[in-house]
Design a protein around this ligand. Structure first.
Ligand code: DOR
Ligand code: ZN
Length: 430
């Protein structure tokens, strides 16, 4: 089937241009100046709209199987589509963890049966998964290492185990994606989660990258000092990259103090100086990528006596990019790259993150001027609340297309599952 997207301003190769887009069989067939393609079938009128690559969110938790009451693929993928996200890379951090190919296959079957967006599923990097990494590398974009306590699971504490697991990941040819908070420092400093817990774990991961050749991606950098470590590692030519999340760039610890559990997340949101350093690092590309770390917990639990850590936000990813442009002064072009072509490149995902001939026809239509107030009722995550409630934002997607099909269109979602596993380049075996 053909589809013509005409009259919009398209984001391509780092810039906006007036262009039409021709889709055939779910892929981009061609791009050209306005009017280049004779109207010969269904058309999407994009006059007055931006046409952006559908975003790739490289860090979400949909918690299926095990904690579907908190999210699951049906609501999670709707939230993604509403946020302009056409591909999610998902992490299982509740039981059962993904330690072998059967568990990976079970997650994939569930996502296929329910998701309306495309997906990649990280496997867990643990002693139990070590012998299975080679098999899981065939379909998994990376291996998640918990260096420190996170929901449900203690981190890997001893450096010998960390080193051995990174070496095994390098041999399997996929990146290690890291939650960097040192378990020992967390225990000693409890209940604080000091920046040193992050910098020490990040340094360990970086040295293990140097020692084993493993590609390392540090998730949700929260401390300015960690950005320095990443910058140094990259200057040394190490295969190290990092991402930050919108909440570390838009809030500070003052707001955490006043709003309490609603903004409590691991690692924690820190002070103004950290926020400034992270904004600069994202703007310069020292921190290359931006992810949500969508971590849904129900409102009742966040209001309860021992609120869990984590914030939902995939519903709002595209508007958050506009907020970061408007409030943090980061160029929109950089923010779009950090949420599309950069994660696609880092995780070697084929056909995503760019509007180019031959790529999947994954795109978002957005009216950048239309403002809206964030309300829980207007979101899709099962969490039922948002850290951004009450905020005025702009840049909510009008429609999100995945492989040529509108999975979200003016408030309505595709009724049947449409999501497929991402296609990956083969593992990088050294
Ligand atoms: O605050 C957090 N919540 N940090 C994590 O790393 C995990 C997440 C969750 O899954 O809720
Ligand atoms: Zn996470």
């Amino acid at each position: 089937m053909n589809l013509l997207v005409r009259g919009g301003r398209l984001f391509r190769r780092g810039a906006f241009e007036a262009a039409d887009l021709l889709v055939r069989e779910g892929r981009i067939e061609a791009l050209g100046p306005p009017g280049s393609f004779p109207p010969s079938g269904p058309a999407v009128e994009a006059a007055g709209l931006l046409v952006l690559p559908a975003l790739v969110d490289a860090h979400v938790h949909f918690r299926e199987p095990g904690l579907e009451r908190k999210e699951g693929w049906e609501t999670g993928s709707r939230a993604a589509a509403r946020g302009g996200v056409g591909t999610v890379l998902e992490i299982q951090n509740n039981d059962p963890l993904t330690t072998d190919p059967d568990r990976l296959a079970e997650r994939e079957a569930r996502a296929r049966a329910k998701s309306i967006v495309d997906f990649g599923l990280y496997a867990n990097l643990l002693p139990a998964s070590r012998v299975h990494l080679g098999r899981m590398a065939e379909t998994s974009p990376g291996f998640k290492a918990f260096l420190g306590g996170t929901i449900g699971h203690e981190g890997i504490r001893d450096s010998a185990t960390i080193h051995a697991l990174f070496a095994a990941a390098a041999a399997a040819g996929r990146p290690v994606v890291v939650h960097a908070e040192d378990a020992g420092i967390l225990a000693a400093a409890a209940p604080e989660r000091p920046a040193a817990a992050e910098t020490v774990a990040a340094a360990t991961a970086i040295e293990c990258a140097a020692a084993t050749g493993a590609e390392v991606h540090l998730f949700h950098v929260s401390a300015g000092r960690t950005a320095d470590l990443v910058e140094d590692a990259r200057a040394r030519g190490l295969p190290v990259s990092a991402s930050v999340c919108p909440h570390y760039l838009l809030f500070t610890e003052e707001e955490v103090r006043s709003r309490g559990a609603w903004l409590r997340v691991k690692p924690p949101i820190r002070g103004r100086a950290d926020r400034e350093r992270l904004r600069a690092a994202l703007a310069s590309g020292a921190i290359e990528a931006l992810t949500t770390d969508h971590a849904p917990h129900p409102r009742e639990e966040k209001e309860g006596p021992s609120p869990p850590f984590g914030l939902p936000s995939v519903d709002l990813l595209l508007p958050l990019l506009f907020a970061l442009r408007d409030e943090a002064g980061i160029p929109l072009e950089r923010l779009l790259a950090a949420t599309s072509e950069v994660p696609a490149r880092l995780f070697r995902i084929l056909g995503k993150g760019r509007l180019e001939p031959g790529a999947d026809a994954d795109f978002v239509l957005v009216d950048p001027e239309r403002r809206f107030g964030v309300e829980a009722a207007g979101l899709s995550s099962r969490a039922g609340w948002s850290p951004y409630e009450g905020r005025e934002m702009r840049g909510a997607p009008v429609a999100t297309y995945v492989r040529g099909r509108a999975v979200f269109d003016r408030g309505r979602f595709a009724s049947a599952p449409h999501g497929l596993p991402v296609r990956l380049e083969g593992p990088k075996i050294r």
